[in-house]
Ligand binder design. Structure first.
Ligand code: NAD
Length: 356
């Protein structure tokens, strides 16, 4: 089992170090190799995703990714910015399915901005299509408007599009994921207005016929945004396109209180995956030992489950995380009165100890 370790920038190096500690404590036959990515790679090699890093990622069974980015790179041309490394990895590895679980740990119910009764026991999975939609559709650009409300005016445009195979494969991923949970899928669209999403709805419905044991319902994205804060526990698996998924997965993430707790996985058709916390490189707290490593540690658990076929080891990590929370240990982002404040390394050490 080969893991490419790409810590990246800012808190990336600190939190990935803790996840590696946890992986090593499992005593499984991993081969781990580290490479630079993002701003660190740009500074060393002049590109955020150097060929050697890409090759390592392509040859690995899974990639453990920290975070990339720093404000000091904001002035670089777009193609050289740290964030391009993630887009490049998604594209080159064909990572089309993004999994974002939003789980509310009982001990952190108070950290949510919603009432405890709304989120206590929350466990939803947002599956976002990651390589299509308006983010990648061509043509796009700026031009003189040929028609519309202001013909002759300067305008910018993007193209929303999805092919049948793109929708089919993400729908299969969602139905199969639902089979391992409570067999419910909500497909989110905007079929009332957009041709692309009427097609999305039709194709998801067709694929659903292969899964008679899974209940499928459809919801418009505006309603889904509302229901996520009104009654989030009504959802189980949510599947949607790239743009709606981008927005809804961040909304769902915040239901649980802290971004420092949220893992994510992006998978391709071969189950090769990139595993990373949902947050960024947090330059404001980098190097201070304050970052919460749990999202990265939980991403490592997802990696064991989805790409490395080690579900028992994944369970061990997830139980250990619950145990340290039950012990009252908290990094500053989730700290509250009556709990014990710890730093990044102490949190990682506590998880290792709780592995049993
Ligand atoms: P961010 O997620 O890095 O930080 C937002 C806030 O959350 C900050 O106050 C930060 O301190 C806090 N935070 C984030 N992770 C935390 C953790 N593990 N523990 C405790 N607190 C945590 O978002 P941002 O500040 O908007 O962006 C910073 C940089 O990260 C930018 O360069 C951005 O482009 C990049 N970014 C990268 C990724 C990625 O690598 N996948 C994702 C988002 C943003």
């Amino acid at each position: 089992m080969k893991i490419a370790v790409l810590p990246g920038d800012g808190i990336g190096t600190e939190i990935v170090a803790e996840a590696i500690k946890v992986l090593e404590a499992l005593d499984l036959p991993f081969e781990m190799e580290t490479a630079l990515v993002g701003g660190a790679a740009y500074e060393a090699h002049g590109h955020p995703l150097p060929p050697a890093t890409l090759k390592l990622a392509q040859e690995a069974d899974a990639i453990l990714f920290g975070a990339v980015g720093d404000w000091k790179f904001d002035k670089l041309e777009r193609a050289l910015r740290p964030e391009q490394a993630i887009l490049g990895l998604r594209k080159h590895l064909g990572l089309f399915a993004n999994f974002r679980p939003a789980i509310c740990y009982e001990q952190l119910v108070g950290a949510s901005s919603l009432k405890p009764e709304l989120i206590s026991g929350l466990d939803i999975l947002i599956i976002r299509e990651l390589t299509g939609d308006i983010y990648f559709g061509q043509p796009r650009g700026r031009r003189t408007s040929p028609d519309g409300n202001f013909p002759g005016a300067e305008e910018a445009f993007d193209t929303m599009r999805y092919t049948r195979p793109e929708i089919e494969r993400i729908a299969h991923v969602a139905f199969q994921a639902a089979r391992k949970r409570s067999r419910r899928v909500t497909s989110v669209d905007k079929a009332n207005v957009l041709e692309t999403f009427q097609f999305w709805k039709d194709v998801v419905t067709e694929v659903g016929k292969d899964y008679p044991d899974v209940a499928l319902d459809h919801m418009y994205v505006d309603n889904a945004a509302m229901q996520l804060v009104r009654a989030p526990k009504k959802f189980d698996v949510v599947v949607t396109g790239n743009m709606f998924g981008d927005i809804l997965s961040d909304e769902a993430a915040m239901l649980t209180g802290s971004i420092g707790m949220l893992p994510s996985a992006s998978l391709n058709a071969k189950n090769q995956g990139l595993y990373e916390p949902s947050h960024g490189s947090a330059p404001d707290i980098a190097g201070k030992g304050l970052a919460n490593p749990l999202a990265t540690i939980l991403s490592a658990a997802m990696m064991l489950r989805f790409s490395l076929n080690q579900p028992a080891a994944a369970d061990r990590i997830e139980s250990a995380v619950k145990a340290v929370l039950a012990q009252g240990l908290r990094t500053p982002d989730i700290h509250s009165e009556g709990t014990t404040k710890v730093g990044t390394m102490q949190m990682g050490d506590a998880v290792v100890k709780a592995l049993g």
